[in-house]
Write a protein that binds this ligand. Structure first.
Ligand code: ZN
Ligand code: ZN
Length: 286
């Protein structure tokens, strides 16, 4: 999954063919700021070396951050060495040792949380800081605050003094804090109810839905989720706007996937089957 937020591109897992997809998207892929790896199974990391090569064909000044479970550093380092990869930019690999915020930027943070799979595996969520409330110029005028720098200070959350000597607090002219955006990414994991609060309130919840419910035993054995379980998670989490299923078993062809979608929609109607290079714009609510 590739997430674009303002000037940043974040990639979550790098399966086979990632670089092909990136080329087709014609994005400025050199600008990928950070890569977040769930776990070191081949279908989640084999695209990484190709991606690092692709990025080295252009100049970049900022380092590329790679986060992931234990041994991701070894994987990156070994690939570079064995494949004689010439990479002309800095790569900073950080293995996640405990759940919590792993990457922070201006106005947002990305947090890792543990999943339950056959090896150490993390889910990730990007959350923006709450946005300040909307500014009401008519209230400012009524209170005697003239248009200009005093308005900017109120908008920045500072109290100001009017020319008449009255102190005006920001909450007198600002509405309540506005909801910001959240995106969560969960794959490969057993279903467990404690996951729900981690992804609660996501505008977009990307979750594996590997099997139909009739194959639940197989899902549990392989430590994966059924599409219906992904939907149960979305419902239990609360305030999820859209569930996008990913990581289907190769046993399903295009037509059979409808079954997974139907099973998930019966529990959580706002579900879609994601496909390569599908695109979901996420707007602010207000
Ligand atoms: Zn796996
Ligand atoms: Zn997998």
């Amino acid at each position: 999954m590739l997430l674009r937020r303002e000037g940043d591109l974040f990639l979550f897992d790098a399966g086979e063919g990632t670089q092909v997809s990136l080329r087709r998207l014609n994005l400025r892929w050199k600008k990928i700021s950070a890569i977040f790896i769930s776990h070191t199974h081949a279908d989640h990391v084999t695209g990484l070396p190709g991606l690092l090569m692709l990025s080295s064909q252009v100049d970049r000044d900022e380092p590329l951050y790679i986060y992931g479970p234990p041994r991701i550093a070894e994987y990156v380092e070994t690939s570079r060495r064995v494949l004689d990869m010439y990479i002309n930019y800095e790569i900073v690999v950080r293995e996640i040792e405990s759940p919590g915020i792993c990457h922070q930027g201006d106005g947002f943070a990305i947090r890792a949380f543990p999943l339950r799979h056959t090896k150490t595996c993390y889910g990730y969520t990007l959350e923006e800081e709450p946005r300040p409330g909307a500014f009401h110029p008519e209230h400012a005028k009524e209170l005697g605050v003239p248009r200009g720098p005093l308005w900017s200070r109120l908008q920045a959350g500072e109290p100001v003094r009017t020319p008449e000597g009255r102190t005006v607090q920001p909450d007198e002219v600002l509405g309540g804090a506005r909801k910001s955006r959240k995106v969560s990414y969960v794959t490969d994991s057993l279903y467990f109810p404690e996951l729900a609060p981690e992804v609660s309130g996501s505008d977009l919840f990307v979750c594996e839905g590997m099997f139909e419910q009739a194959l639940l035993a197989s899902a549990v054995e392989k430590k994966h989720m059924t599409a219906e379980q992904a939907a149960m998670l979305a419902r239990a989490a609360g305030a999820i706007k859209k569930l996008a299923l990913i990581h289907y078993s190769p046993r399903y062809n295009e037509h059979d996937l409808k079954l997974l979608l139907d099973e998930a929609r019966a529990i959580f109607p706002d579900t879609v089957l994601s496909k390569d290079r599908m695109h979901f714009p996420l707007e602010y609510e207000d």
